[in-house]
Structure formats: C-alpha cells, structure tokens
Design a protein around this ligand. Structure first.
Ligand code: NAD
Length: 339
C-alpha cells in the first residue's frame, strides 16, 4: 500500500532479507505471532544457518527462499506482493575485516538492489537494520550517543569504519529512495544484539558467548584491560518488537537508535554471565591480541533510545540479567546445543 506509512502486521505479507539468523528469526516469530499472512525468510546462507531457523521451519505461514541480494531477479521474485520488507542482509565488522569487498557489495549495492525491488513491487515500507556503528569508534566516542552524533573514525580499526560507513550509505540510500520515489522507510540503529540463537559474528557479543563457553569448559573468562570499557547491548526480542513497530507506526523517513535499557562494563558483563551460568573462575584480564579487531570508545557511553519512544512508542523492556538468562536457557536447550 504505497503512500500509507503505517503497515499493519495482521493479514499482510512480509519479506526479511538476510532473515536466516539472529535478528531475522526473532522478527519472523514476532510478525507471525502478530498475525502476518506470510513471512518470507530470504537468505543466501553466507552466515545464516538452518539451525537458526529450525524452530520456524514447520510454521504454515513461513516460507524460506534461498536468494542473494546481489541478484535483482531473486529480489524481484521474493518481494512481490509484500507489504513490508526488513533489510538485514549484511556483513558486520568481523566479516568486513575478512572480506571488505564482499561486505561493501552486500551492505551498499545489496541495499540499493533491495530498495529498487521494493519500488518495482510497490512494497509499502522498508525497515533497514543500521547500527550504532554509524557513530564510529575510537577516542571520539563517549557520553550520550544521540541520533545527531557525528561519525568518529580516528583511532578505530579499518573494518569497523568500513562497516559503519557502509551503514551510513545504506541509510542514505533509503533517504534517497524516499526523496526520489516516495518509498516509506524507517531506519533502526541497533546496538549490539544478544539473545536466543546468538552467533559469533558480532565483536562485542563475543564477551557473552565466549564467556559462556569458557565457563562451561571450566576456564576463566577473559576481559580486555581492566574491564572498565562500556558496551551497550539490546535483547533480540526487544529488537524484534522494534522492527514490528517500525512497520506498524505511521513513522517514515526517520532513523532512530534501538538499544537496551542501560550500558554495562565488560567486567560487569563477564561477571554476570559467569554467575548466571552457575558460577566459575574469576575473570582473567588480557591485553591486546595482534590482528584481533576490538571496538573501542573514548570512555563511558550510552546509546540513547528516547527518540525511538517518541517516534515509534518503542522502548526496551528486557534488562541484561533477564536477557542473558534467556540466552543461556536457549544455549542449554537441545536447539542451542546443536547451533
Ligand atoms: N548482531 C548485532 O549485534 C548487530 C548490531 C547492529 C546491527 N546489526 C545489523 O542487523 C542485521 C542482522 O544482524 P544479525 O546478527 O542477524 O546478522 P547476521 O550476520 O547473523 O545475519 C545477516 C544475514 O544476512 C545474510 N546475507 C549475507 N549476505 C547476503 C546476500 N548477499 N544475500 C542474502 N542474504 C545475505 C547472511 O547469511 C545472514 O543470515 C545486520 O544488517 C547487521 O548489520 C546487527
């Protein structure tokens, strides 16, 4: 329904590009629970996996499509008849470090292809997964990060800057589509995501999943330096709700942060994961490892989510203790053990 920025979920069809992973599987569940007529998970399985979507495979209103955002024909077929498209297909920092050109292709040309397919199929609204990486990293990043905070690149790893810059370009491609052909869209700048179906691709979330794995092996968890570095996460279920609300609400042509209730230091985080996992050895402080990409800041920071409440009525509900409890319960379940 072009021209109507509010896209109700019930009775409508949605396509999630890059849907066979952490955010896509949670959002598919959220849309199906809210009465979506169909959810198409579109993925080329570069990073996604059957395990990440196994819990949805037999859902009667879910369809899995193997396709590539670099191929227009795949996108045109998959987005036909869709009221909304969630664009998640991307390379994050660690993958960008291994394959910068692959990442730039998918994060830039892939986004433009998705927008053009949406135009051709008159898709009502696009929700684009951006990142707090658009504020950059390094010593310039500290304090409250609000939507108007500029990009900081000095002193940060190249791959993190390539990733952040590619998300800035993706956002601008959405704005351009709005300006040129009236494409309704909402950009959500996710902070680091964690929860059920956690993977090992997000640099900051390694503090969670690697700590859990170390504790399970009886090894001490590791923190970098004195553990005072800030991280700000968001629980995947809160994010699935944000994605759903971005479709439902009349908002368009906006970009807002989607972060969890509060930041946490790496030492607090590692200590909390250890406690929730049933206890274990005290954390070991480690120094920089050559070649390892770390996302740094200039001091304590907080990714402000007040604008998301003003624009979408969304705010995070799950604190880290509860979100981590759910992640660990999933990891200890049959599904989590095979993932
Ligand atoms: N996970 C996080 O911490 C985090 C934080 C901020 C922003 N984001 C953004 O959220 C989105 C989803 O995150 P996620 O953790 O689920 O990511 P992910 O890397 O697990 O999922 C991305 C999906 O895109 C797919 N994909 C990659 N190239 C593709 C292509 N050419 N065609 C089709 N599919 C392709 C992958 O196979 C994968 O399933 C990404 O855009 C990411 O940049 C994630």
């Amino acid at each position: 329904m072009p021209g109507t920025p509010a896209v109700p979920i019930a009775g409508n069809r949605f396509c999630i590009l890059g849907g066979a992973s952490l955010v896509g599987s949670a959002t598919a569940g959220e849309l199906l629970d809210h009465g979506a007529a169909e959810v198409v998970l579109f993925d080329n399985f570069t990073f996604g996996s059957d395990a990440a979507i196994a819990h949805l495979r037999d859902h009667p209103r879910l369809r899995l499509v193997r396709g590539d955002v670099m191929r227009m024909a795949d996108l045109l077929r998959a987005t036909e008849g869709m009221a909304g498209v969630l664009q998640l297909a991307a390379y994050m920092t660690l993958s960008m470090d291994r394959d910068p050109w692959g990442g730039l292709d998918v994060n830039i040309r892939g986004v433009q292809n998705a927008l053009e397919a949406c135009r051709a199929n008159r898709v009502g609204k696009v929700v684009f997964a951006s990142s707090n990486a658009v504020y950059g990293y390094g010593p310039g990043v500290a304090g409250d990060l609000v939507e108007g905070t500029p990009f900081h690149s000095v002193g940060a790893p190249p791959a993190a800057i390539l990733y952040g810059a590619s998300k800035i370009i993706g956002e601008q491609l959405c704005r351009d589509a709005h300006r040129k052909w009236g494409q309704d869209y909402v950009v959500l700048r996710y902070s680091t995501v964690y929860g059920e179906r956690q993977h090992h691709r997000a640099a900051n979330a390694l503090y969670i999943i690697e700590t859990l794995e170390r504790v399970r092996r009886g090894e001490p968890p590791e923190v970098f330096g004195d553990g005072s570095e800030t991280k700000h996460f968001v629980y995947v279920g809160d994010l699935a709700r944000a994605n759903r609300m971005a479709f439902e609400r009349a908002a368009t042509d906006v970009a807002v942060n989607a972060s969890g209730p509060a930041p946490i230091t790496t030492l607090e985080l590692v200590t909390l994961v250890t406690e929730l996992a049933g206890g274990g050895p005290a954390p070991r402080c480690v120094g920089a490892e050559p070649g390892k990409v770390r996302l740094t800041s200039g001091g304590a920071f907080r990714i402000a989510h007040e604008e998301a409440f003003r624009v979408l009525g969304w705010r995070p509900e799950v604190d880290m203790r509860e979100g981590l409890r759910r992640l660990i319960a999933w990891r200890d379940s049959n599904e989590g053990r095979v993932a």
